[in-house]
Design a protein around this ligand. Structure first.
Ligand code: SAH
Length: 364
């Protein structure tokens, strides 16, 4: 695939490659998404109808409300620590957290115990989060490491899919890394295989020639930090993202601009890049008991999504009733977000399966 570098960031990346040689797909992704001035997550307004993609909490309030109930239940299971750091990684427009907190107002003592910490790099999104959540007096951080220690409840929806991945291809001699280099014209970006077998081969599975793979070192690092935190300070985390069983064993990196698929090298900084999340790699890095991943559809249904929709519909106009049903279908239907998106809990307590991870009828 070859594409002319367009835009200032594309030219900066091409110049850097011209000076120091090809870069990994992960380095390209880090520049394209997080360049301090021109990166996609630094400047664009990615979410919402006018942005490049929409997310579950923007589709229906039921999503954030049920997640709020889940978090409050874990707080009770932790014997109501006070304070508890309620952390969200990548809160977007603040919708999930605002729905979660509204839904848990009546949980005795919960709001008094909460200290809200938001991990966000996008200043425009921070302003939106502030508008929705200021009454809970949030603190913003650039990284999870910066959140003060202490008992933790953490939620991350569509956060890990934005973290850079390296890509690999299996050739006859072994696994080789896919790199971003330049066409002979010296300015057009292109994908090409590195010359030798990669030292990452030890982390990759046995596979026939032609197979592809991805590793997110950034994702593993965040999961390791999270695991350490939950181990030291107790707590629970809920990670929701897209990725099937094959995540890690495929080239899943995709580009979207204006709700349309685009080329991954196209217009860096103006195009969203995301990759499927390898939940088993995150679980391994966290080093704690995990539950799931289970499908988003099953998880929400087990938490009572249908009952919640009925309650909302009882008070709604006919048009709103249809909209509530349609939104629920988007969240849970297997051909929409229900199966591709999956949910994994990480916790410090092996004693009981948290809500949403087994059918009530499975309980003994
Ligand atoms: N959770 C929200 C938004 C998902 S989009 C929702 O469900 O609607 C991803 C979010 O993570 C955005 O808010 C983005 O700015 C933020 N983000 C992405 N990578 C980040 C990083 N490395 N550090 C901090 N925030 C990041």
């Amino acid at each position: 695939m070859t594409l002319a570098p367009t835009g200032e960031l594309g030219r900066l990346i091409a110049r850097r490659i011209g000076l120091t040689g090809p870069i990994s797909v992960a380095e390209f992704m880090a520049e394209a998404l997080f360049h301090p001035r021109l990166g996609y997550y630094r400047r664009a307004m990615p979410l919402g109808a006018s942005g490049d993609f929409t997310t579950a909490p923007e589709i229906s309030q039921i999503f954030g409300e049920l997640l709020g109930a889940w978090l409050a239940d874990r707080w009770l299971a932790m014997s109501r620590p006070r304070p508890v750091r309620l952390i969200e990684l990548g809160p977007g427009r603040g919708t999930l957290m605002s729905d979660a907190l509204r839904a848990t107002r009546t949980v005795l003592g919960f709001h008094e115990a909460i200290e809200l910490h938001l991990v966000e790099v996008n200043e425009r999104l921070q302003a939106l989060q502030d508008a929705k959540l200021s009454r809970y007096r949030p603190t913003w951080h650039a990284r999870l490491e910066d959140v003060p220690e202490g008992p933790t409840l953490l939620v991350a929806n569509e956060f890990f899919d934005a973290l850079p991945v390296r890509q690999f291809e299996k050739t006859a001699p072994g696994w080789v890394e896919r790199m971003v280099g330049l066409e002979p014209d010296g300015e057009t970006l292109r994908l090409a295989l590195a010359p030798g077998v990669t030292p990452y081969a030890a982390l990759l599975p046995d596979a026939p020639p032609g197979a592809q793979a991805e590793i997110s070192e950034a994702g593993r690092a965040v999961a390791a930090t999270l695991g350490q935190r939950l181990r030291n300070d107790t707590g629970w985390a809920l990670i929701i993202d897209y990725g099937d069983e094959r995540a890690g064993c495929a080239a899943s990196l995709q580009a979207v601009r204006g709700h349309r698929e685009a080329g991954i090298l196209e217009r860096p900084g103006e195009t969203d890049l995301s990759a499927h999340v390898d939940f088993s790699a995150l679980a391994h890095a966290a080093g704690l008991p995990t539950f799931g991943p289970t499908s988003q559809g099953d998880f929400l249904l087990r938490l009572g999504a249908r009952q919640r929709a009925e309650t909302l519909k009882a008070r709604a106009s006919e048009a709103d009733k249809a909209a509530i049903d349609a939104a629920l279908v988007r969240l849970i239907a297997p051909d929409q977000m229900g199966t591709l998106f999956r949910v994994m809990a990480v916790g410090d307590d092996r004693s009981a399966v948290p809500a949403g991870f087994s059918d009530p009828s499975d309980a003994t």
